[in-house]
Write a protein that binds this ligand. Structure first.
Ligand SMILES: Cc1cc2nc3c(=O)[nH]c(=O)nc-3n(C[C@H](O)[C@H](O)[C@H](O)COP(=O)(O)OP(=O)(O)OC[C@H]3O[C@@H](n4cnc5c(N)ncnc54)[C@H](O)[C@@H]3O)c2cc1C
Length: 385
């Protein structure tokens, strides 16, 4: 008896920005795609807990990650063109104080380099403009730089990308948790908590901070990369920022953003080692203190815990290392079970900004493994508003 063909070409685990982006690219190329998500909607995990910036990452220049910055700036340009209702360019202000670790010349140099890599124009504000900056403390202020970067609603962006996947015939199964994967001959079998088994030709593991947990469910066993989960928290405070986003140096010399967000102000982020199950990540009291202290230091305010309107945390997937999280590389890593004939591609880490190019890199492997399909240039696809 001839064996049954698999139900799908690709089974994607996780409807965060990466799962949605791969589903969209694959569906547009004509692959049969099924996307499983344990929660009720797309984008409820890391992809709604980010700083919501579509940016090159000016601060990655400090750790010489020029390739990443250039790639993200290219993706920023694409998103500004293809998703104008979801991504907009916003002024960013960098105030430089007498006691800052990063002096004026260094910020100037960084912005020159950022411009060279595609980040656009910047300028130094006249001193007469300082008092217009949303109540920013002027004591010991020596300079303020302005440049532009992107801001989005991360959850809406994820859902718009997924919508485009579904419009191109991808099947989305929310509230469906992957329980086991079996690799057999030319087929992969994914068993779910709904007692269903879905068959496919390849698995894309886009489960974000659950990436290794998903790989632990594969038989026969496959290798996993050693990672650290680093928690980043944000708070929302009842303040309004009319001018734009502020990029300030916290007491420990890390940079923190204050971002206009839904009529209020979003402050983030932190970096704390996280050791529990990803679904249990929550902001710690000391992280909230740290963010409030950073705000109070620069905005001549005295906000307390009780003033915080909302708080949330997300997990960064970073290569395991003894280095401080702030100094580690932020490139996305694609890991396959077998480099000659991969059945599972796992996405480790990544940036919201670079989701499209990450999906394109995944699709390059898929096309080699499952040839004969068309190739869609996703940089030309406009996202539904
Ligand atoms: C604090 C913080 C701030 C950030 N800020 C920015 C920023 O400003 N700009 C930027 O470009 N990037 C930013 N990033 C990076 C960016 O947010 C992430 O790289 C991106 O959101 C990760 O998306 P993902 O799809 O890989 O993971 P997720 O969004 O976590 O999605 C994974 C999905 O898999 C699902 N899942 C897991 N296990 C299973 C299972 N067994 N069965 C079914 N479903 C499963 C989960 O429910 C989840 O929905 C930030 C990250 C953090 C942590």
């Amino acid at each position: 008896m001839p064996s049954q063909p698999p139900d799908y070409d690709l089974i994607i685990i996780g409807a965060g920005i990466h799962g949605a982006a791969v589903a969209r690219a694959a569906a547009c190329d004509g692959y049969k795609v099924c996307l499983l998500e344990q929660y009720s909607e797309a984008g409820l995990a890391t992809s709604s807990s980010s700083s919501k910036l579509i940016h090159g990452g000016l601060r990655y220049l400090e750790s010489f990650q020029f390739g990443l910055v250039k790639e993200c700036l290219k993706e920023r340009r694409i998103l500004l063109r293809t998703a104008p209702s979801l991504v907009r360019l916003v002024p960013f202000y960098i105030p430089v104080y007498q006691n800052n670790k990063r002096p004026v010349w260094l910020i100037h140099l960084g912005l020159l380099l950022y411009r060279l890599l595609g980040g656009g124009q910047f300028r130094k504000l006249k001193q007469s403009e300082w008092p217009t900056l949303d109540g920013l403390s002027l004591q010991k202020l020596t300079a303020v730089f302005e440049y532009g970067d992107g801001l989005t609603n991360d959850k809406q962006l994820t859902q718009a990308v997924l919508q485009q996947a579904v419009n191109n015939s991808a099947v989305f199964l929310p509230q469906t948790t992957l329980k086991a994967i079996e690799i057999k001959d030319n087929m992969v079998k994914a068993s779910t908590d709904k007692q269903t088994t879905i068959t496919g030709r390849m698995i894309i593991n886009a489960s974000g901070p659950w990436v290794n947990e998903v790989l632990s469910k594969v038989s026969p066993a496959v290798s996993r990369l050693p990672i650290d989960l680093i928690q980043g928290s944000h708070i929302v405070i009842p303040r309004c920022l009319d001018k734009g986003i502020y990029y300030v140096e916290a007491a420990d010399k890390r940079v923190v953003f204050a971002i206009p967000w839904q009529q209020h102000c979003l402050i983030g982020t932190t970096e704390s080692q996280f050791n529990g199950p990803p679904e249990q990540c929550r902001p710690l009291a000391e992280e909230v203190d740290y963010l409030l202290a950073t705000w109070n230091r620069y905005f001549t305010d005295d906000l307390k815990h009780g003033d915080v309107l909302q708080q949330f945390a997300g997990l960064r997937v970073l290569p395991a290392s003894d280095k401080k999280a702030f100094k580690r590389r932020r490139d996305t890593l694609l890991h396959t079970d077998n480099t000659l004939s991969p059945r599972i591609i796992s996405i480790y880490g990544g940036k919201l900004t670079a989701h499209r190019s990450t999906a394109a890199a995944v699709m390059a492997i898929v096309h080699r493994q499952l040839p004969g399909y068309r190739r869609t240039d996703t940089s030309e696809l406009s996202l539904p508003a």
